[in-house]
Design a protein around this ligand. Sequence first.
Ligand code: ZN
Length: 190
Amino acid sequence: MATETSVREQPLAELIKAAFAEAAAARTANATKREEVRATLAELDKEAAGFEETMRLLTGLMNSWQEFDPGKNRAAFFFLTKKDECAVLNGLYPADAVCTKEEWREYRNTAHRGLSSRKLAPYYPRIDVADAARDECPHCRKNGFLVQRYEQTEDSAEGDTWMKQKIIVCLELDCGEVTNKKPEYSSSRF
Ligand SMILES: [Zn+2]
């Protein structure tokens, strides 16, 4: 009787051991696959964040002149003159947005705060593409646009932080890279 039981238990124990080994191997394979998917997802997230940032940048280059207080509520982006001043490119604002200093003062006083401006503040230099600052794209060595990101990064009772950063924007179709330079920080507007 005792012998019979042990004979029957032996293959059962082996079956369980084999099933355990199989489950353990499947668990390892599953963990490896999940790790791979996680890494791919992290890469895609990073890539998506890059696309979002590029969209923000290009939208800003077209629209940041419409901000009453550029950089206060969102990052502002500007083309630069060769003298390093934030500028707007001719063609990227409507002709009827242009106004004199007096018109601008009156518009500012009557326009609702917080809303974006339909008028172009007269202190922005208005330049042609040929007069925009350029810098060499480190990826393709061609001439990219040198633009500036400007943003309030901290707004607290302890103090504010404003950041400005030069960015090389390559518009070559086969490159299209955006290269950030070292940011500068200040406790007040630059
Ligand atoms: Zn390039």
